[in-house]
Design a protein around this ligand. Structure first.
Ligand code: NAD
Length: 546
């Protein structure tokens, strides 16, 4: 594999302009290609070997639930054995992968990024069928996947260079970052390409090996990524693919004493459970497991009395209803100064009513179905609860699960702070609107949650923005723009409190979580000289400390 080349500075992958006929034709063609590939059988992959199993589970199209996207060998059938085998394969592969040069490891990521770039519409089409992403949402995710690979590849090369530490006379001191070992990669379904690929290859580029358990709601797109890894020639056993349930395969991975770290993105409940399980030391375990957990949110947009209401309304509608509100960063609370409440709501409602609900494979669709029956039921329950607790339904509120899991974009106004739908993540197109007496009150409501992922403030008043900069407790805070749409490199992503370990995906600290620092100190000229003649501590620079 070629490793010597000059790298360009990282730049975000541009989004596709589907108003151009050639681009629209390209995605239409990819959609038809993918349609012809639906319903195939997929194996699990351990040490490069494809293993078919009699027991299978199906992934289906949420917008057309009778349509099977992929049929998967279900590792739950023989979970103990298969999980053990996958961990063994990863453990074996670690022995050599950890010694592969960082530049060479990064090169696999760059090649994978290039393949995804060349087949961009094909990946986007899989996202449309498997999780219900519209053209624009799917394209955004495919671009993000490319960005993660390009960014983490460069980051690893940076960490492999000589690290800046204080120079002292008579010693050659080097701080090197070395990998941890075998990691369990447990991604969610909502960014099943970008987050899954980012989590997996961030760990891999650091020299770790992995067992990837894809989300049971989106295993096909993960399998397509495995095909890319095979195509770029990633050594066998570096990424092992074991599809199965979280409660069986996921649980076994988390509990295994041979797993060194867990990289998880998903709900608060599962994240907390994993955190607790990972803290237990099991027989034969030689380390404290590291857990990177990126969890849910109850993200708020504050619209101040001095805001540009047109811009705020657009941002709120995009952030609340883009991908059916199923982003961890989605706006699920609109906190508005009561003096502009009426004027803002008029605009928000008008824009919401313009949204076109339909199939993700059609160009003009703005919103499609939510992921599955459970999600649909939760959303309906939240809509009912919101009204029972005094909220006023002003748009939407209706669901139809006859063909797919469709929920109308829903706005519940006059929601009381601290009520259930103001506090709990819904993960569906349901927006709660809360009135605030003034800006300070708005901030108080925004911060009164267990979560702390994203937030936004619309205001023309610099002082208020400055106050929010200091006091709005979220990992990703945006001013005069929506709270979704973080870009790799530009907006390192991760939340506070119950939103997770604030790992800042797509940021310069991210890779450190998958490595440990090893300091090697060599006394200059000491090889020829006998140390035994020295008096203990005399001239020993370390005597003052450890
Ligand atoms: P989830 O918690 O249901 O599942 C996430 C993953 O965990 C899946 O692969 C699942 O199979 C697995 N899992 C479930 N139970 C497990 C167990 N006991 N042991 C081990 N693994 C287990 O979440 P989801 O529905 O896939 O994703 C939606 C959630 O993810 C939302 O809460 C959303 O806010 C959050 N999310 C957060 C971020 C972020 O960066 N903070 C990004 C995307 C999604």
């Amino acid at each position: 594999m070629q490793t010597q080349r000059t790298l360009d500075e990282f730049k975000n992958e541009p989004f596709t302009d589907y108003s151009k006929p050639e681009n629209a034709d390209a995605i239409r063609e990819a959609i038809e290609q993918v349609r012809s590939e639906l319903g195939r059988d997929y194996p699990i992959i351990i040490n490069g070997e494809q293993i078919a199993l009699d027991k299978k589970f199906e992934s289906f199209n949420p917008s057309e639930k009778s349509q099977i996207v992929g049929r998967f060998a279900d590792a739950d059938a023989d979970a103990e054995n298969l999980v053990e085998k996958a961990i063994e394969a990863a453990t074996e592969a670690f022995k050599t992968w950890r010694n592969v040069k960082a530049e060479e490891r990064a090169e696999y990521l760059f090649k994978a990024a290039q393949i995804i770039r060349e087949r961009k519409h094909f990946f986007s089409a899989w996202l449309a069928f498997e999780v219900g992403k519209t053209w624009a949402e799917a394209d955004g995710e495919t671009a993000e996947a490319i960005d993660f690979l390009e960014f983490y590849g460069r980051e690893m090369i940076r960490y492999a260079q000589r690290q800046p530490i204080t120079k002292i006379e008579g010693e050659d001191n080097r701080l090197e970052y070395v990998p941890l070992g075998v990691g369990a990669i447990i991604p969610p379904w909502n960014f099943p390409l970008a987050i899954m690929a980012g989590m997996t290859l961030a760990a891999v580029v650091c020299g770790n090996t992995t067992v990837l358990k894809p989300s049971p709601d989106a295993p096909t797109i993960a399998y397509k990524f495995m095909e890319v890894l095979e195509e770029v020639g990633l050594p066998k056993g570096v990424v092992n693919f074991v599809a199965g349930s979280g409660t069986k395969v996921g649980e076994l991975l988390v509990q295994s004493p041979k797993i060194r770290f867990i990289s998880f993105t998903g709900s608060k409940a599962v994240g907390l459970h994993i955190y607790e399980e990972a803290a237990k030391t099991r027989e034969g375990q030689r380390w404290m497991k590291r857990v990177v957990a990126e969890m849910g949110g109850k993200d708020a947009i504050i619209v101040d009395a001095e805001a540009d209401l047109d811009s705020a309304a657009t941002g709120v509608v995009q952030a609340a209803f883009g991908f059916q509100g199923q982003k961890c960063s989605a706006c699920s609370r609109l906190i508005v100064d009561e003096s502009v409440h009426e004027a803002l709501m008029e605009k928000v409602v008008a824009l919401t009513k313009e949204l076109k609900i339909g199939s993700p494979t059609e160009a003009e669709t703005n919103m499609t179905a939510v992921i599955n029956q459970k999600s649909f039921d939760n959303a309906i329950k939240a809509i009912t609860k919101g009204q029972e607790e005094g909220g006023k339904l002003i748009v939407g509120g209706i669901g139809d699960s006859s063909k797919g899991f469709y929920i109308e974009p829903t706005i519940i106004d006059e929601v009381a702070a601290k009520s259930t739908i103001e506090q709990e993540e819904i993960f569906a197109p349901v927006l709660a609107v809360i009135k605030a007496k003034d800006f300070d009150h708005a901030l108080e409501i925004a911060n009164d949650t267990q979560y702390g992922l994203t937030g936004a403030v619309y205001s023309a008043n610099e002082e208020k923005l400055e106050k929010a900069r200091n006091e709005f407790q979220v990992g990703n805070l945006y001013f005069n723009r929506k709270c979704t749409g973080a870009l790799v490199g530009a907006h390192p992503f991760g939340g506070f409190n119950m939103s997770g370990t604030d790992s800042k995906a797509g940021g310069r600290e991210y890779l450190l979580q998958f490595m440990q620092g090893k300091l090697v100190s060599e006394k200059i000229g000491a090889v020829a000289k006998s140390e035994s003649k020295e008096v203990l501590n005399a001239g020993d620079t370390s005597a003052k400390a450890f």
